[in-house]
Write a protein that binds this ligand. Structure first.
Ligand SMILES: *Cc1c(COP(=O)(O)O)cnc(C)c1O
Length: 369
């Protein structure tokens, strides 16, 4: 009998386990007829603000919009430079460009894949207005030196925490460390909705007020529009779903951490593979478990796994500065470019079994022989 296919991520166990509560929450919203900015949005904003330890949480309709609105609310706009990482999802840089600023890519730390604070400091100019560190794969960027740099030059810090809800830097929740943090509830993220969703977290009253205004067409008072804003609200239905899921987030993140530790143990004997490294300053939540396979053998491994029915992904195959949208505008960033050639993300979800992980690692080891 052929072995079953192994997906990169299986959301079915959490949906099955919570279905009675989820379906009841969905039914209540539908029967209430209150679909936009209803009581669940407000309640969810309060609950997640408490979870993150921030004073304001503003639900919006995606992580991308969370970045765009957070940047604008923090005063970033045309003519500004924003220092960020080239090794992220496109939206990180896209949001910077959307507000009229110019992304300035600096190379990454090869161990954490996150913005290198030393290089960030060398990239500051007269025009620099903000830093956008991203916490890739669920692990914190080294925030203290970045926050110090921002302090020194009067820069805003907008954290891209889309992959890192529940992760920590020195015991503080990511997304709540800078001027503002952007979160995503895209279904595959640590806390996933049943569609798009996002959130801005901040301790700054002004930034919060501005973000709340921008998400509803730039109006604090209905039909009295003060700025050119957006229609970017977190859906009432998604908020109700997220309220059911949020109390389970820590337990899911623990499940992913345990599974990651098991992979690292299983991979210890496999030559040619480098397991992800956990930085001492943070609690990594393994949104992705990403290995490195050097010497041009990554595709061999990926194809070997694929032929055995095991899904993997390349996050990310091309660093942002080399994508067609930005091609020709930036010089080489060798560490990010090497990472893009070597990374491979393995199947991982909170309930993944040791049997599945053993099959993945055995197949992987076999493909490298
Ligand atoms: C998912 C993601 C985003 C965008 O979030 P959406 O909700 O899909 O718009 C931004 N940055 C990073 C790093 C992401 O992983």
């Amino acid at each position: 009998m052929a072995e079953s296919r192994i997906p990169l991520l299986d959301l079915a166990p959490q949906i099955e386990a919570l279905w009675p509560e989820l379906s009841a929450a969905i039914e209540r919203v539908v029967r209430s007829g209150h679909f936009i900015m209803g009581p669940n949005v407000g309640a969810f904003e309060q609950e997640i603000a408490e979870y993150l330890g921030v004073s304001h949480a503003i639900g919006v309709n995606s992580g991308t919009d969370a970045l765009i609105i957070a940047l604008r609310a923090a005063g970033v706009g045309a003519g500004d430079e924003v220092i960020t990482s080239p090794f992220s999802f496109f939206a990180t840089a896209e949001a910077i460009s959307q507000v009229g600023a110019r992304p300035v890519f600096v190379d990454i730390d090869p161990a954490s894949y996150n913005l290198d604070p030393e290089l960030a400091s060398e990239a500051v100019t007269e025009k620099t207005r903000a830093l956008v560190p991203i916490h890739l794969f669920g692990q914190a960027a080294d925030m203290d030196p970045l926050l110090a740099l921002a302090q020194e030059h009067g820069l805003a810090v907008v954290e891209d925490a889309a992959q890192a809800l529940g992760a920590e830097y020195k015991s503080r929740k990511l997304g709540g460390l800078g001027t503002a943090g952007a979160l995503s509830f895209f279904p595959s993220k640590p806390l996933g909705a049943f569609g798009d969703g996002g959130l801005i977290a901040t301790d700054d009253d002004e930034v919060a007020m501005h973000a709340r205004m921008l998400r509803v067409h730039g109006a604090r008072t209905k039909y009295y529009n003060e700025a050119i804003g957006y229609n970017s609200r977190l859906d009432e239905l998604q908020a109700a779903i997220l309220r059911v899921k949020l109390p389970h987030l820590d337990e899911w993140n623990e499940g992913r951490r345990a599974a990651a530790a098991r992979y690292t143990e299983l991979l210890a004997g496999v030559e040619g593979v480098v397991a992800p490294s956990e930085q001492p300053y943070g609690r990594h939540v393994y949104h992705q478990y990403t290995i490195r396979v050097a010497d041009g053998r990554r595709e061999t491994v990926q194809h070997g796994l694929r032929d055995a029915g095991i899904s993997t992904m390349l996050y990310y195959p091309v660093p942002i500065h080399l994508l067609p949208a930005y091609a020709g505008q930036y010089g080489p960033l060798p560490i990010a470019e090497q990472a893009a050639r070597e990374v491979l993300s393995l199947p991982l979800w909170p309930e993944i079994t040791a049997e599945i992980q053993m099959r993945v690692v055995e197949t992987l080891a076999w493909s490298l022989r």
